[in-house]
Design a protein around this ligand. Structure first.
Ligand SMILES: Nc1ncnc2c1ncn2[C@@H]1O[C@H](COP(=O)(O)OP(=O)(O)OP(=O)(O)O)[C@@H](O)[C@H]1O
Ligand SMILES: [Mg+2]
Length: 598
């Protein structure tokens, strides 16, 4: 079985960047207009020093008042026009950026929802959220500003250079070596600055990650009074982050300070030295000298901007790469290479035929498992922790596919049917009950509005849990807080039973809760369980003796193999692993008599 590669790190590949470009394609006309605007803006910027030259060279006395006014009006007019164009251009690109990113986000959501459990096993949810949020935001920045900004900066640089060379090659010869030197310096130092900022960012991620984990375990920290240890751990991480942040800003400020000194100081001094000599020898007008000085500053600007944006550009490339790697991840259907749309038939029998499975290739978890579940029968899976019971269930639900062997539905290979039609047959009640923010009603019918409120109420009544919703302030429409934390463990169990009952599954799979409840809740749960299981094909990872006893078939798991099978009596008379397990259970039940209710 192929395992998905982890999508991490800070590298990027051209293939993913190329994939990003396809998202730009539908917006090409707007981008073209924005580009033309950007070029016009660049042209307007370049025209300002030319007007300045004209003022200095042509407005020489009081008689030129009119000319002066004309130039001033031209100057202001250009400024206003530039502002308007800049406004429209950035609005347009901001929209394009938003549209592209919301499409990427939608695609990302829909892909993530279809990914296999393999992916979620190897990537933390927090990490995934930061990809969906952080990386797509970075892409928005890239799509709306960075791309055109960089193209415009490059155009401005070469445009100004062209005018300088044609106006006075002597100036260009003096400016160019300095520009080339600065360009090389920027490329070298931006890489270093970017590295420092990346370091600061990853330390920040480390700090906020630890903080989140500690807060989740706050009851543990308070119980064992580890507040000072946690505080010092957080302080250490915070200091490390501050150090990295300091180093990054120190280096970046020192570098840009030096850059400013070179462009505003040294370069201007060289130009003034050369220009004054030219003006004195009447080889250059004073206006041209001023224009050249302005141009040399304008040339430095795009260099500065490219250097400044280098970090953002690199971040965008890494973000794009990570986002597109997720978009290219195989969905569960693609992973098992099935495009089956055949509906699974009504369940008569479901069986494992010599099934083996491993989460990672080096450690087999299930080894040659075979069993049959017949319609209407109850099967209990028992065995030590880590023996493969939950894994068997995951395979039944088709979260994973067997590495070898087959799962057979009515004698036909499970993989010949569509995954969703197989899952529709199954009701799953896990130990770790999953509730989401929303009303009790929505939680029971899992957002499926075709299941009526009456049906939900009936299910609650059948399992004897009506009292539960009656005591809630808004009854069945009461909103649950995060993960149902306003309900007790037993209440959550009852809701999950009601949920399973509403779905009317052909096969009910249940991972029985191990935690003991109070006498009353335990009785209610027992009764609810019986209602749930009545006349239904079921597979139960059983802990309660009563559930195990009532099973038609008991499978005893040990290290990924079924070592014993049969009903309670036959297995007890075998006096093997099962009877050992039951004896252990009964001795534990002495201190918790409820576990043994028969
Ligand atoms: N998502 C996973 N990725 C890798 N290994 C896993 C994963 N889930 C379980 N395992 C490993 O597979 C083996 C069987 O686990 P499984 O959860 O099936 O045991 P179990 O019988 O259900 O145990 P328990 O009674 O404690 O729930 C264990 O060794 C476990 O470490
Ligand atoms: Mg388990």
């Amino acid at each position: 079985m192929t395992e998905p590669k982890k999508i991490q790190g800070s590298h990027y590949s051209l293939a993913e960047l190329r994939a990003l470009l396809t998202y730009f394609y539908p917006h090409r006309f707007r981008m073209l207009i924005a580009f033309v605007m950007m070029m016009t803006l660049t042209g307007l910027m370049v025209s300002r020093p030319v007007i300045l030259r004209s003022i200095i060279d042509n407005v020489t006395g009081p008689k030129d008042q009119e000319l002066m006014l004309f130039h001033a009006a031209l100057f202001v007019g250009i400024l206003v026009l530039a502002m308007c164009i800049s406004y429209w251009q950035s609005m347009m690109m901001a929209r394009v950026g938003l549209e592209i990113v919301s499409l990427i986000k939608t695609n990302l959501f829909s892909r993530v929802l279809k990914l296999s459990l393999h992916f979620f096993n190897s990537h933390k949810v927090g990490w995934l959220i930061s990809r969906v949020e952080g990386d797509t935001e970075q892409l928005r920045n890239f799509c709306s500003h960075l791309t055109l900004r960089i193209v415009a900066d490059i155009c401005l640089f070469f445009g100004v250079l062209g005018i300088m060379v044609t106006t006075d090659p002597g100036v260009a010869v003096r400016v160019m070596p300095m520009m080339i030197f600065l360009m090389i310096l920027i490329l070298a130092c931006s890489k270093k600055i970017s590295e420092y900022f990346n370091q600061a960012r990853s330390r920040y991620a480390e700090l906020s990650g630890s903080l989140a984990e500690y807060l989740q375990a706050i009851f543990l920290i308070q119980l064992y009074d580890r507040k000072s240890q946690v505080l010092s751990e957080l302080q250490k991480k915070s200091l490390a982050r501050m150090d990295a942040e300091n180093r990054a800003s120190l280096f970046s400020n020192a570098f840009w300070g030096f850059f400013l000194f070179m462009t505003e100081g040294v370069l201007i001094a060289i130009l003034v030295g050369y220009g004054v000599h030219q003006v004195q020898s009447s080889l250059m007008s004073l206006g041209t000298l001023v224009m050249m000085l302005e141009f040399s500053r304008q040339m430095a600007q795009p260099l500065h901007a490219i250097g400044e944006n280098f970090h953002a550009l690199q971040k965008s490339a890494v973000s794009a790469s990570r986002v597109f790697k997720i978009l290219n991840e195989k969905t569960e259907e693609e992973l098992i290479e099935t495009s089956e749309t055949k509906e699974a038939p009504a369940l008569l029998s479901l069986g494992f035929d010599n099934v083996s499975f491993a989460y990672s290739s080096d450690k087999p978890v299930l080894k040659g498992i075979s069993f049959d579940l017949l319609k209407g029968s109850r099967t209990a899976l028992v065995g030590a922790s880590g023996s493969g019971k939950s894994t068997t269930i995951q395979l039944l639900c088709r979260y994973f596919e067997p590495a070898s062997g087959r799962i057979l539905l009515n004698g036909e290979n499970y993989s010949e049917f569509s995954i969703s039609s197989c899952r529709k047959k199954i009701g799953l009640v896990l130990q770790d009950i999953f509730l989401f923010p929303g009303s009790v009603l929505d939680n029971i019918r899992v957002l499926d509005e075709s299941i009526s409120e009456e049906k939900v109420l009936k299910a609650l009544d059948q399992i004897g849990a009506t009292y539960l919703v009656q005591k809630l302030p808004m009854g069945i429409r009461t909103e649950l807080t995060e993960r149902g934390s306003n309900l007790s463990m037993g209440e959550r169990q009852l809701l999950s039973f009601a949920r399973a009952l509403c779905m009317e599954p052909e096969l009910l799979i249940l991972d029985e809760a191990t935690a003991s409840m109070d006498t009353y809740t335990e009785r209610v749960l027992q009764r609810a369980l019986e209602t749930l299981l009545r006349d239904r094909t079921s597979v139960i990872i059983a802990h309660r003796l009563s559930t195990i006893r009532s099973a038609d078939q008991i499978l005893v798991f040990e290290q990924g193999e079924i070592v014993e099978r049969g009903n309670h009596e036959s297995l007890m008379s075998l006096d093997g692993k099962y009877s050992e397990l039951i004896k252990m259970q009964t001795s534990v039940a002495v201190s918790s008599p409820l576990r043994a209710i028969a």
